[in-house]
Each structure stands twice: as C-alpha cells, then as structure tokens.
Design a protein around this ligand. Structure first.
Ligand code: PBG
Length: 325
C-alpha cells in the first residue's frame, strides 16, 4: 500500500463514471421482493395510513398491481392476507381453508403471471383471535403444535401454487417440520424462505395496522429474538439452513445490518433482509416533512443492505426503486 500523496482516494471519486466503475455494490431490480397485501371484497384499494403509498387490494384489483410489479421486472411478491375478525380463531381454521383469501390470491396471480415468483407469509397472527403467530393456551404460545399447523398451512399454499412459503413465526423447529410435510405431500419443489433471525421489534407497528394483527395480549418476546443478540441470530440461521431452508431472512433491516453480515458470512444459501414497515414509515414521514429526500434515502438504505451482504431485499419501496433502476 502506498501513502499519500501517491495514494489519493479522491481520484476514483472525480466523476460519475469513475464512481460507478469503482462501486463495490449495486442494487439490482432482481434483488427486490415486493410485499403485497390482499383483502376480502371487491373494488378495494385501501391505503394504509401509517404506510403512505402502500395499499391493501381486493382480488379484482390485485391483478393490476401484480401486472405493474411484473412489468417493472421485479421477480417476486410476498403475499399477506388481511382476515376479517369473524374468521379469526385460535386454531388457524381459515389459514387452512383451501378457498381462503390467500389461496385464491395465489391461484389468481399464478394463472395470470406464471413467471412471477409467489412467496406466501406463513404465520398464524393474521388468522389468530389473539394476534399471535402460534396457538395460544393459558397465555402461552405452544411451539410444536403451532409448527405442525404451520406445516399444514404451507402445504395449503403450495397446493394453491405458491413457489415459496415464508414462515415468519419463529417457532422452534418449524423449518424441519414444514420441509418434511412438504416432501411427504410431494411438494419437493416448493421452497422455504425462513425468517431465521426475526427480532421482537417495534418497527412492525405499521404492518400490524395493515393486517389488523397486533397481539391481543402481551408481546412476541417469547418467540421473536431479543434485539440485544447477534450470535444467536447466526445459530438460528445455521439451524434453518440445516433444516432445509432455501433462503434465510434477517428482519428488520437497517438496525440489524451487522446481523445480515454475520449471517451472510456463516451460511451458503441466499440471504434476504426485510426492510420493514416501520422503516418505510420513518422515511416517508421525514420526507413528507421535507426533512430528507425520499428517493435518495430509499436508494441509500437499499444499497446499505447490499453492502451488508444481503442478496435479496424485501421492501415496500420495491416499485419505486425498480422505477429508478
Ligand atoms: C407476522 C409478521 C410481521 C411482519 C411480517 N410477518 C409482524 C409481526 O411479527 O408482528 C412484519 C413486516 C413489517 O413490519 O413490514 N408474522
């Protein structure tokens, strides 16, 4: 290594093209996963108040949105269903309904846009009268029974045509159980994107507004991870990789870039980061006040995920980013 003045960092920053040539990381539209909210009914495109620019779509309008996403060359969508209170219970009944909103939405998108990779959220909270990700008994979230139920839910999504299921629940051992049941049922090509390191985070607030899925009692700290922990995330990721997960996810994103890097360095499958609802809301709120530039903030954050080692990024900015890229 040479010293100043022979070595000058600014030489490679002189012009746009030089900076591009020296860029170590880039965001590609193919890195993006677009979350998509569906709701019962027709003619509905409901904006989520805490997520300006993000909507819940009824099935009839879902297709137009899927078309836009696919025209922008975004390779995949991550589907979340909003379930009316009348269909919620403590047994995930509606989650297994072969003709439920999620299953219908998957079929509809698959029929019309077969090339779009469909990932589905697998967790009980939108279907749970308690707003928890698993079955509740005596105030506790029952692990193994919940994992069995989630495996049935995964099969139901696979039957509908999902390319990948995305368990976001953090029950122990659920990747192994889901994989095993998918294999038994012949869905050996259906992938699993595991939320491996999902933290008990305050940044999910706007998402819970979107799905009306806030926990009815307590919090999710007995299953989601403690934000204080980093090594534990690597342990969780290694277990999920061994249990058969095809993609591992870290969530939230920006406050956990160190975790993205640690997981990326430890595993040999693609790693995704989830730029979650509260992170989106923060940028939108500051931009609305004129305190930061929305596009610049968006691109800087997305780039930071790549630098941290993320191969894929689930983000509510997917469409806006794709338009700029
Ligand atoms: C629930 C789930 C959550 C998110 C994705 N799946 C919220 C939670 O765990 O309470 C959050 C996504 C976001 O905030 O954008 N299984």
């Amino acid at each position: 290594m040479t010293d100043f003045p022979y070595s000058r960092g600014r030489r490679l920053r002189r012009s746009h093209n030089l900076r591009e040539m020296a860029a170590e990381n880039r965001v590609n539209v193919k890195d993006l996963i677009a979350p998509l909210f569906v709701t019962e009914g027709s003619g509905l495109k409901e904006e989520i108040p805490s997520m300006p620019g993000i909507f819940r779509y009824s099935e009839d309008l879902l297709l137009r949105e899927a078309e836009e996403i696919s025209k922008l060359n975004i390779p995949s969508v991550l589907l979340f269903a909003k379930v009316p209170d009348s269909k919620k219970d403590n047994a995930g009944t509606e989650a297994l309904n072969p003709d439920g909103l999620m299953q219908r939405s998957v079929r509809l998108i698959k029929e019309n846009f077969p090339e779009l990779v469909i990932m589905t959220d697998v967790a009980l909270d939108p279907y749970s009268s308690y707003g928890h990700d698993g079955i509740v008994r005596n105030g506790e979230i029952i692990n193994d029974e919940s994992a069995e139920l989630l495996a049935k839910m995964a099969v139901s999504h696979a039957e509908a045509g999902a390319d990948m299921v995305a368990p976001s629940d953090m029950m122990d051992g659920r990747i192994a159980i889901i994989r095993e049941v998918l294999e038994e049922e012949g869905f050996y090509e259906t992938g699993i994107m595991a939320y491996s390191a999902k933290y008990a985070s305050c940044f999910y607030g706007p998402f819970r507004d979107a799905l009306d899925s806030a926990p009815g009692f307590g919090d999710k700290k007995t299953y989601q991870m403690n934000p204080a922990n980093g090594s534990e995330a690597v342990r969780e990721a290694l277990m999920d990789e061994k249990e058969g997960a095809d993609i591992l996810m870290v969530k939230p994103g920006l406050p956990y870039l160190d975790v993205v890097r640690a997981v990326k360095d430890a595993v040999n499958v693609p790693v995704a980061a989830y730029h979650v609802s509260g992170e989106y809301a923060m940028i939108m709120a500051a931009a609305e006040k004129g305190w930061i530039d929305e596009s610049d903030a968006m691109m800087e954050v997305l780039l930071s995920f790549k630098r941290a080692g993320a191969d894929l990024i689930a983000t509510y900015f997917a469409k806006k980013a794709a338009q700029l890229l």
